[in-house]
Design a protein around this ligand. Structure first.
Ligand SMILES: [Mg+2]
Length: 369
């Protein structure tokens, strides 16, 4: 057994990371990732890192609210044993049920510190069931036809073959964008991510339009409003294309409803929607219920995305990886950890997430009095 290690110090700071191309989806636009990094230190000097990527359009959290929540939650962790991470996570969920991004940062940092103290990679913590390089899709935001082609060709040259097309704002231009990419590139497949932007009829129009030119859509992600589970179930039947529930699943209860309604083939697991442990619980539940798993993120750097990748490597059963957002950022402020080689994510072998970041002088500190 690992000897008890207490949390003595929590630091967190806002970090702005420019996005190379404006990230336009049906529900909003981002040009800068306004995230928060954090570091937890234990009484033996072991550190753990975490990241929050609040995305107000999905989670309802903005960064100021997230920072205020972190201040409150971090105080509750001081002098607690890192081994109690699960109890601490439950306690944080009670204290801040509607701020999953803030909780996600703290949970990630707790798990990272715990795994470093135990000298195991974070994927080992989840069971180490599927440790191998894995391929991610690449996201193409909603943009002009010309720019869509330019972006898709750039990623294609780097080896990407699965294009997650953001759609759901204008069906006709969505179809034209997919058609242009389909005619320019060979041997590719599409995910259509509607971000709740379609009606059931619009989604059918979209699918029929793409079928007409021979485009291959392998997955329809959250085509309609999150609560419209009946339409999602109907879309599965009417198109024969698997549907992934993303915004529809922001808790284990949501996942149960999706299963009961037969609303999806896949659940898109995102630690930023629920915190880390609940994400793992939802993934286990989905697999037990016969659903498949996709994993994605908000606009995250490699700390949060590394934590998600640890679930993929540790748990087994994640078929579709949408772990591409660090590639959409203009800079990478994180050292070490998993690496990208074209579309492949390469596992790491060092303890925890195997990463570090510099703590800036303006970081807020929470420590024992
Ligand atoms: Mg999505």
């Amino acid at each position: 057994m690992m000897k008890t290690r207490l949390i003595t110090h929590v630091e967190f700071w806002p970090i702005d990371i420019p996005i190379t191309d404006p990230f336009v989806v049906a529900t909003g636009t981002r040009v800068v990732a306004e995230n928060v990094f954090m570091r937890i230190t234990l009484n033996d000097g072991t550190c753990g890192y975490g990241e929050a990527a609040p995305f107000p359009e999905v989670g309802g959290e903005d960064r100021e609210y997230c920072l205020a929540t972190l201040e409150r939650l971090a105080s509750s962790l001081i002098d607690e044993a890192v081994q109690g991470y699960r109890t601490l996570a439950y306690h944080m969920a009670e204290m801040a049920s509607t701020q999953p991004a803030a909780r996600c940062a703290l949970e990630t940092a707790l798990l990272d510190a715990y795994c470093r103290a135990a000298q195991i990679p974070m994927w080992q913590f989840w069971g180490g069931a599927d440790v191998r390089p894995r391929e991610t899709d690449i996201t193409i935001p909603i943009t002009t036809l010309d720019h869509t082609i330019t972006l898709a060709c750039g990623w294609y040259e780097k080896g990407f073959r699965l294009f997650k097309m953001k759609v759901g704002k204008d069906v006709d231009s969505d179809i034209r964008r997919l058609e242009a990419v389909h005619k320019t590139l060979t041997n590719i497949a599409f995910i259509g991510d509607g971000n709740q932007g379609f009606s059931r009829e619009q989604c059918l129009t979209f699918v029929n339009g793409v079928k007409k030119f021979g485009g291959k859509v392998v997955l329809l992600e959250q085509p309609v409003a999150r609560d419209d589970l009946d339409s999602m179930a109907a879309i599965r039947q009417e198109t024969g294309i698997p549907v992934a529930a993303d915004e529809s699943v922001r808790s284990l209860d949501d996942a149960r409803k999706v299963v009961e309604c037969g609303a999806a083939d896949y659940i898109n697991i995102k630690i930023m929607k629920t915190g880390v442990l609940e994400a793992a619980d939802i993934a286990s539940f989905a697999l037990r219920s016969g659903l498949k798993l996709m994993i994605g993120g908000m606009v995250e750097a490699r700390i949060a995305m590394g934590c998600s990748f640890s679930l993929v490597l540790g748990m087994k059963g994640f078929d579709v990886l949408d772990l591409d957002t660090p590639l959409l950022l203009a800079t990478d402020p994180v050292h070490g950890g998993y690496q990208y080689v074209g579309p492949q994510l390469q596992p790491w072998t060092t303890a925890g997430l195997g990463m570090s970041v510099e703590v800036p002088p303006e970081a807020r500190h929470v420590l024992e009095k």
